[in-house]
Design a protein around this ligand. Structure first.
Ligand SMILES: [Zn+2]
Ligand SMILES: [Zn+2]
Length: 328
């Protein structure tokens, strides 16, 4: 029984990254809606750190995050080694050419060892939808969807994703001066639309993540940011936060006006209505006429939104920390 006796008492089975350097991970929290993500070992936090689920925020040791396929693979490798050793030992016990017994009566039995060791289960890591490099710790990771907590440092990526989308809108705007007027207008209104959509997605996600710190968490999870003035009042009510705290009054007015212009382009073909005049105090606008929009105006709004978003993110982080440190 040489082969079996030589087997170690414990197997160390390597779980290797895929061809792109990603290692699959799976959140152990059964209530987590998505669970599967990938990280690149060697990037991110260098000292030993726990793993954060990018979707539900569950924090645990890395060995809690093996995927079901990885565990199945490890079991199959161990079983393969044991059954392989067992079969080799069995074959050694039963020689191939057993001598025929001679003389006397009796039943002649010959034994033959057939079969193969337990097969190894192979798997492939899944393709995911968004690749992120954490701007705080440098971890390269991949997720379903867009928003996530960094698996290494736990930082939520909503602000990073907003800035990435605002960068794209800025690149789009840079194309406007090189094109004919009709196309330039489409490019500018598209960039405005993308800017508002990116800020709305950021605001919603940030409030959802920090909803527990709100006076009414269920309402905080459903906040919209397509109308800046309305969002400002609701944030004040739910979190005691002043959304415009990081910018000047004039800048805030410019951003609110751009958001109202986006509303006109989306719902009124860009034609001014009384509602727009009432909400913006735009003395240059005339009801029934097209609202003007320039690349400079959208670029200015992008800059204002970056600072507004940073301010909101910092405020909500502080609100959550205070909320968690308070006795229940
Ligand atoms: Zn999770
Ligand atoms: Zn990170």
């Amino acid at each position: 029984m040489d082969h079996l006796s030589r087997l170690p008492r414990r197997f160390r089975i390597a779980i290797r990254p895929d061809k792109d350097g990603y290692l699959g991970r799976e959140c152990p929290n059964e209530e987590c809606s998505i669970r599967y993500f990938k990280i690149t070992p060697g990037t991110g936090v260098q000292e030993p750190a726990p793993c954060h689920c990018p979707y539900c925020g569950y924090v645990g040791e890395h060995n809690e995050f093996f995927t079901r396929d990885q565990v199945k693979h490890a079991h199959s490798v161990a079983l393969h080694k044991v059954t392989d050793a067992f079969m080799k030992d069995l074959k050694a016990l039963v020689p191939r050419n057993q001598p025929h017994s001679t003389g006397g009566f009796g039943i002649r039995i010959s034994l033959e060892v057939k079969g193969r060791p337990h097969p190894v289960f192979h798997y492939r890591e899944k393709d995911l939808e968004t690749e992120v490099v954490c701007d705080q710790c440098g971890l390269r990771y991949a997720i379903y969807g867009v928003f996530a907590f960094c698996p290494d440092c736990g930082t939520h990526n909503s602000l990073q994703m907003l800035n990435k989308n605002l960068d794209l809108a800025g690149k789009k705007l840079a194309l406007a001066p090189c094109t004919e007027p009709d196309l330039a207008e489409t490019i500018i209104t598209d960039a405005l639309h993308n800017t508002v959509a990116a800020f709305d997605a950021f605001g919603r996600e940030t409030c959802r993540v920090h909803a527990r710190a709100a006076t009414a968490p269920d309402r905080a999870e459903r906040l919209s940011f397509q109308n800046l003035s309305a969002a400002q009042s609701r944030l004040q009510e739910l979190f005691g936060i002043h959304l415009a705290a990081a910018v000047t009054e004039d800048e805030w007015e410019t951003a609110c006006r751009s958001f109202q212009k986006r509303h006109l382009f989306t719902h009124k073909a860009g034609v001014v209505d009384q509602d727009y005049i009432a909400k913006t105090n735009d003395t240059t606008a005339v009801v029934g006429r097209k609202i003007p929009i320039t690349a400079h105006e959208v670029l200015t709004t992008i800059g204002i939104l970056r600072r507004t978003a940073r301010g909101l993110s910092d405020h909500l982080d502080r609100a959550s920390t205070t909320h968690e440190s308070e006795p229940p």
